[in-house]
Design a protein around this ligand. Structure first.
Ligand SMILES: Cc1cc2nc3c(=O)[nH]c(=O)nc-3n(C[C@H](O)[C@H](O)[C@H](O)COP(=O)(O)O)c2cc1C
Length: 294
């Protein structure tokens, strides 16, 4: 599993960044490889509407605009999970978040009709939002706006989606130095002390949940055939849509009981893409295959 963590806050060590770092730890706790990106280190714009990604003969799922964001978009589309954090500015995620989302989602959006996405993989998406807002202001003013973006993630990227909102954050450490009379520093600090550790825990959990291998069974007629010293595994069904990385474990089935085959148990990473046949090299004759997938 590869999980990319993206900080769309200009501040590298404040609320959003701290929660994202927890998500990163969560991802690593389940064995994921991670990459942490501070978006504000890069120079880029939102979608330029060049429409190169919509040319009839054009490559799909690729943003052709060349700036610092292009390689980041490519890496995200190759990863298994992305967790993006943003503060709320005037009721919305930051402009940088927005730019990233446009550049990530537009190249996979199909204007050809159903299916709505050209992307055939499975990318888990996490959102971490931080803001001053408290209960009602969040529920009625901000949450509905965020839901619009959140709801597009499964349509475009087919993976699991999680979101977490950290409310009433501590915007500065010492309110006495700023003209911020609208905020009650004592109440803010008390809330922060109690709530932020819980926010951290939730974000850790999100990182772990989105970065876990999932277990799927494959059993079919005779899925594994020996071909020139290799075993040929023919996959069918929904697995075909996925281009995520898989690990394989082979098991014998004896009287309905699954017995892991010690010699043949082996981790293999391969890409299914939309090819119906994958060649995996592992010894022994497998009767049942378990897939773990992002
Ligand atoms: C330009 C700007 C606009 C903001 N607008 C809002 C807002 O509309 N609603 C809100 O709840 N908080 C707003 N905030 C507060 C931030 O969302 C909040 O402090 C956030 O946790 C900051 O994240 P950071 O610590 O990672 O930078 C705003 C902050 C800034 C700098």
């Amino acid at each position: 599993m590869k999980t990319i963590i993206i900080n769309a806050s200009p501040r590298k060590n404040h609320n959003t960044a701290q929660l994202l770092k927890e998500a990163q730890k969560g991802a690593e706790s389940v064995g994921a490889e991670t990459e942490y990106i501070d978006l504000f280190d890069y120079t880029f714009t939102g979608c330029r509407s060049c429409l190169a990604c919509k040319r009839r003969d054009g490559e799909r799922n690729k943003c052709f605009w060349k700036d610092d964001l292009s390689p980041i978009v490519s890496r995200i589309l190759e990863a298994d999970a992305v967790i993006i954090g943003s503060p709320i500015y005037f009721g919305q995620p930051t402009a940088s978040f927005r730019a990233l989302w446009e550049r990530l989602a537009f190249p996979v959006l199909s204007y050809d009709g159903a299916p709505i996405s050209y992307y055939t993989g499975r990318l888990n998406v996490g959102f971490i939002w931080t803001m001053n807002a408290t209960g009602d202001y969040y529920e009625n003013g901000i949450k509905p706006a965020l839901a619009v973006t959140e709801s597009t993630a499964p349509m475009f990227f087919h993976g699991d989606v999680r979101s977490y909102a950290a409310l009433d954050t501590l915007q500065v450490n010492d309110y006495s130095k700023y003209a911020m009379g609208a905020f009650d520093e004592t109440a803010k600090k008390a809330h922060h002390e109690k709530q932020f550790p819980l926010d951290r825990q939730e974000c850790f959990r999100m990182g772990a949940e989105l970065s876990k291998w999932k277990r799927y069974w494959y059993s079919g007629g005779s899925p594994v055939k020996r071909v020139s010293g290799k075993f040929l595994l023919t996959m069918s069904g929904r697995n075909l849509r996925w281009s995520g990385r898989f690990r394989l474990q082979a098991c014998f089935l004896k009287g309905g009981v699954q017995i892991p085959e010690k010699i043949s148990v082996r981790s293999v990473k391969f890409r299914a893409v939309s090819c119906p046949v994958c060649i995996c090299v592992f010894p022994g004759l497998q009767k049942k295959i378990i897939f773990w997938s992002g």
